[in-house]
Design a protein around this ligand. Sequence first.
Ligand code: AMP
Length: 175
Amino acid sequence: MLEKRIKSTIRDIPNFPKEGIIFKDITPILKDTVLCEDITIELKNRFLEQPIHAVVGIESRGFLFGFKLATLLNVPFVMVRKPGKLPYKKIAQSYDLEYGSATVEMQLDEIKKGANVLIHDDLLATGGTAEAAAKLIHQQEGNIIGFCFLIELGFLKGREKLNNYSPKIVSLVNY
Ligand code: AMP
């Protein structure tokens, strides 16, 4: 079963990047090419109902499977990045963190008006990052058809934040 294979491959790093956080390290997954293929196919299979016109991946681990998924779907891949990384004209969206705030950016002209967009990141925690990505897509009048993650930390209830943008929220493993 895919869920079991993913769970047994993820490496837990306690107290990283700070005390009290259990970091879900996906680097061991990247060494297993068959597992990477199976994950990408599973993500694609969960979104067969509607056409997808673009996949948006969130820096930086969201680029790994986001890009792979976009190429499998044969659609453009769009990067959401931390400030100051994107060279072209761009828009920005800030969001609250536990302490302080963060900002993400996306280049203009990447999302066409009315395009069906799938948002991807490696992990859903509080949902703040994915919500900021969703706002960037709405700013460009894109249509969010769903979110997908490898991992969901269900106890943080990030899903509740994202439901306002699309009820279709897929995660392959939940903690
Ligand atoms: P959030 O905005 O709270 O949903 O946080 C999601 C972002 O933070 C994703 O880009 C994740 O890669 C990263 N992240 C948050 N918590 C963890 C964790 N426990 N392990 C690994 N990555 C995490």
